[in-house]
Write a protein that binds this ligand. Structure first.
Ligand code: GSH
Length: 219
């Protein structure tokens, strides 16, 4: 029987992009359903009653929630192609550590950069660059966080690079000037991995989306 995979998504969500990259890396076909946050579908509310958030992957009728959990599920469920998490327990623990670091820092600090104002805005900008530098240090001289190939940490982080233009424009700083190796890595992922190029929207589209949210903030 062919697997039925339905992704509940929002096109601008970095979390949703993670799942799209993982599905593409494994060569899996799926149906993508765009959610409207003002009127969430009953499938979303039933599938993720705790957080009521996307992404949710519904696999043969069974929901899996939380993006990193979904990426791991895909990786373990389809192990024969493009392994994302290392099999060595120590290496795996390191990948999970960095993915967790990204989850705890990038979205929340990044939001204070593009959406925030005043004194906290300046603090957030500094914190954001510090985090990116930390990640750049972990990347070191490797092609990808996963080494020679895209791995779990790459999948966790690269979607946020589609928001870099928005962070930079709203924060009035250059990520490339601060973290050139990280920006080269992001460009490499987009250039060399079709899975990434197809999952990431154009940075200008993300900026338009963010401006729309900002307009609603000020209403
Ligand atoms: N930790 C979650 C975060 C998911 C999340 O924040 N999703 C947002 C979109 S980016 C959402 O669905 N928000 C619903 C809402 O705003 O009502 C994950 O990794 O999947």
């Amino acid at each position: 029987m062919k697997d039925e995979l339905i992704l509940l998504d929002c096109w601008a969500s970095s979390y949703g992009m993670r799942v799209k990259i993982a599905l593409a890396e494994k060569g899996l076909e799926y149906e993508c359903r765009e959610e409207n946050f003002q009127e969430k579908s009953s499938l979303l509310l039933e599938s993720n009653p705790i957080h009521k958030a996307i992404p949710v992957l519904v696999h043969n009728g069974k929901p899996i929630c939380e993006s990193l959990n979904i990426v791991r599920y895909i990786d373990e469920g389809w192990p024969n192609k493009s392994p994302l998490l290392p099999s060595d327990p120590y290496e795996k623990s390191q990948s999970l550590f960095w993915a967790d670091y990204i989850d705890k820092k990038i979205y929340s600090i990044g939001k204070r950069v593009w959406r925030g104002k005043g004194e906290d805005h300046e603090i957030a900008k500094k914190e954001f660059i510090e985090c990116l530098k930390m990640l750049e240090g972990e990347l070191g001289n490797k092609s990808y966080f996963g080494g020679e190939n895209v791995g779990f940490v790459d999948v966790a982080l690269v979607p946020f690079t589609s928001w870099f233009y928005t962070y930079e424009t709203r924060g009035n700083f250059s990520i490339e000037a601060e973290c050139p190796k990280l920006v080269s890595w992001a460009n490499r992922c987009i250039r060399d991995r079709e899975s990434v190029a197809k999952a990431l929207p154009h940075p200008q589209e993300i900026y338009g989306y963010a401006l729309n949210l900002l307009r609603n903030d000020s209403k």
